[in-house]
Ligand binder design. Structure first.
Ligand code: ADE
Length: 251
């Protein structure tokens, strides 16, 4: 991949982790209350320098879409953003998934979009689509970057299986198995559920910026979800940078 300026976005500070300690020549830009930190990351092994813009958006579709729009319009050292990575945690929908398993979204659905009778359920009127697909080449690159790094790097041992599939997004933290079962019935083969991915993917699609949405399973969106999520996040924040680093190292 030949990207020069990569935007990295998460919903919470824990999801972007210690990236801000890993970049140099830092500067901050404020868009209202949104802080975007820019800097350069040096890939020592490959003697490669990558320009980075990083931010955390806050939870939900509006906050993440707003942050995605802002961050991809930022310019650093004269370069426009040419790749967007959204990274963070998600609730498992598929019962094959466990905490620390990774899901790379191939298709993203806004499960709370319902403009019937004008549009079919889930269709996003602005783009006349009921899902956003991620570019196949980018998916394969993300998968192989993570798989190769996982084989080599002991620091990644906590992470589990690497999966590619459907992610659903909506403005609700799901901690109710019955509610989740209803969504599962409407969207077959769903792997994970979260609150930002499909909003960010819509912005990237409309703005024609390549993007990947990468999620690590934190909970099972069931009655224990809030507790699992809280405990998981404390551990995850120490490791979230490692996933981002895997991708940057393979650019
Ligand atoms: N992100 C992580 N866990 C989640 C859940 N259970 N519901 C919605 N978003 C989440």
């Amino acid at each position: 991949m030949n990207f020069k300026h990569v935007a990295i976005l998460g919903a919470m500070p824990e999801e972007i982790g210690e990236i801000t300690n890993q970049i140099h020549d830092k500067k901050e830009i404020f868009y209202g209350d949104l802080k975007v930190i820019q800097g350069t990351w040096n890939d020592v092994e490959r003697k490669n320098k990558i320009l980075i813009s990083v931010a955390w958006s806050g939870w939900g579709k509006v906050s993440s879409a707003r942050a995605a729009t802002r961050i991809i319009s930022s310019i650093y050292l004269g370069e426009k953003v040419d790749f967007l990575i959204f990274t963070g945690v998600a609730g498992a929908v598929s019962n094959t998934l466990r905490q620390w398993d990774i899901v790379i979204a191939s298709k993203l659905i806004q499960y709370d979009m319902d403009a019937r009778p004008f549009f079919e359920k889930f269709v996003i009127p602005a783009i006349s689509k009921d899902h956003i697909s991620i570019d196949d080449k980018l998916l394969k690159w993300t998968q192989s970057s993570l798989e190769n790094s996982k084989k080599k790097d002991l620091n990644l041992r906590d992470f589990g299986t690497i999966n590619i599939g459907k992610i659903a997004t909506g403005d609700k933290f799901i901690s109710d198995r019955e509610y989740l079962e209803e969504i599962k019935l409407q969207i077959p083969n769903l792997l994970a559920i979260e609150m930002e991915g499909a909003a960010v993917a819509q912005v990237a699609y409309q703005e024609k910026v390549p993007c990947v949405i990468l999620r690590t399973i934190s909970d099972s969106a069931d009655e224990e979800a809030a507790t699992s999520f809280d405990i998981f996040l404390k551990k995850y924040k120490l490791r979230s940078w490692l996933l981002i680093e895997c991708l940057l190292k393979n650019l």
